[in-house]
Write a protein of this length. Structure first.
Ligand SMILES: [Mn+2]
Length: 373
């Protein structure tokens, strides 16, 4: 190990120890992750809450979206709430979110509060904290500190403490390191949450982010009692008939750009209606578009409104609607940069953005990009 590696490692541990100190100093901890949560979001949240509970902390788990059915086997998933009323926390741990907006309809503001008491110089103590305001319900959540733990390259470094490790295969990998540094014993519940985060974010150890740590950590989780078959069965073997029918419609929607480098899959609100599915059922669909030979980038266009299918009266595809676009690349194209150009973000090989536009225009823009680059 050379000096620069050593100092990098040292600063990593310093940040981790600062975060540990912050957690230890807190009584009530809010744990949140992004809307339309994936296995890493849910797994990291649950692992983090079990970690905080092992430290005798009170935790509140929040996700604005419904937790997809496939993740509800994780013990602790039932504790995740989708509404927060006026409340106060010492710390908020935000997991797997490249920017603050990913947690949903919240806006964060700095607030300065003066204490009632004065010191010897007759000045009041001022404490700086965060006020998180929900744009729709108007509820206000006060948080003294925000801890931002993530592995997205586009992370905006919001909050007071950050561990942004783009080499981590999943946010669950970073949460695992935190738990190990705290010396908290691993058990089946904690292990299942971490295993699920790593297993799903690496596409079952197939994606380019699959690293040594993925196998090392998952081996430890299996030793702690996690049964890989049980986890896989829950994640991939409990699909509804509607989901399989949606897969059929989505496969049928695939279009290729002229040069064959971009494949595009579209899921409209009519398809959700027809199959009785919702946005969580599109999870993993994009891989089919990416697995086509010679395709460099795959795009999944999904019509939505607040993470739920939109019931659009006007079925005309020239009429603007709200879409979420997921992008996956084979590594030769930086899709995080593409997504950023549309106001989104993500990783080099997996990114996304939301946009209000007509479906016809959106497709034309994406095809233009593919045929020009
Ligand atoms: Mn992740």
């Amino acid at each position: 190990m050379n000096i620069s590696h050593f100092s990098l490692l040292n600063s990593h541990f310093k940040v981790m120890d600062d975060i540990i100190q912050q957690l230890l100093n807190s009584e009530h901890i809010l744990i949140a992750s992004h809307i339309a949560p994936d296995g890493d979001a849910v797994g990291s949240m649950i692992a983090m809450s079990l970690c905080c509970r092992a430290l005798n902390k009170k935790t509140t788990l929040y996700n604005e979206s419904r937790i997809p059915a496939v993740y509800r086997f994780l013990s602790g998933a039932e504790c995740i709430v989708s509404k927060l009323e006026d409340s106060e926390y010492d710390t908020a741990v935000i997991l797997d979110c490249g920017d603050f907006q990913r947690i949903g309809n919240w806006k964060a503001e700095r607030s300065i509060r003066e204490s009632e008491e004065k010191d010897e110089l007759q000045t009041r103590f001022a404490t700086v904290s965060w006020v998180l305001k929900h744009r729709i319900s108007g509820f206000e959540v006060r948080v003294s500190n925000i801890i931002n733990i993530d592995h997205h390259a586009t992370n905006t470094r919001f909050g007071d403490f950050h561990i942004i490790d783009t080499d981590a295969c999943a946010t669950a990998e970073i949460v695992y390191r935190l738990i190990r540094r705290l010396g908290i014993p691993m058990d089946k519940a904690l292990g299942s949450a971490i295993y699920t985060g790593i297993f799903t974010d690496t596409g079952s150890f197939r994606f380019s982010n699959t690293n040594r740590a993925a196998f090392e950590i998952c081996e430890k989780m299996v030793s702690a009692g996690v049964d890989p078959y049980t986890v896989a069965k829950h994640l991939y073997g409990t699909y509804s008939l509607g989901r399989i029918k949606l897969l059929n419609l989505a496969l049928d929607s695939i279009e290729l750009s002229h040069n064959g480098r971009l494949s595009m899959m579209t899921v409209t609100s009519e398809m959700f209606d027809e199959t009785g599915t919702q946005s969580e059922d599109t999870d993993g669909l994009i891989n089919y578009a990416r697995w086509i030979k010679d395709v460099k980038v795959a795009a999944l266009i999904q019509e939505c409104r607040n993470g739920e299918p939109l019931h659009r009266k006007n079925k005309n595809h020239n009429c603007p609607s709200q879409f979420h676009v997921s992008l996956r690349s084979d590594g030769s194209v930086d899709v995080a940069a593409v997504a950023a150009a549309f106001g989104g973000g993500g990783h080099h090989t997996a990114a996304g953005f939301s946009i209000e536009i007509s479906l016809a225009e959106l497709k034309a823009e994406l095809f233009n990009l593919a045929n020009s680059g």
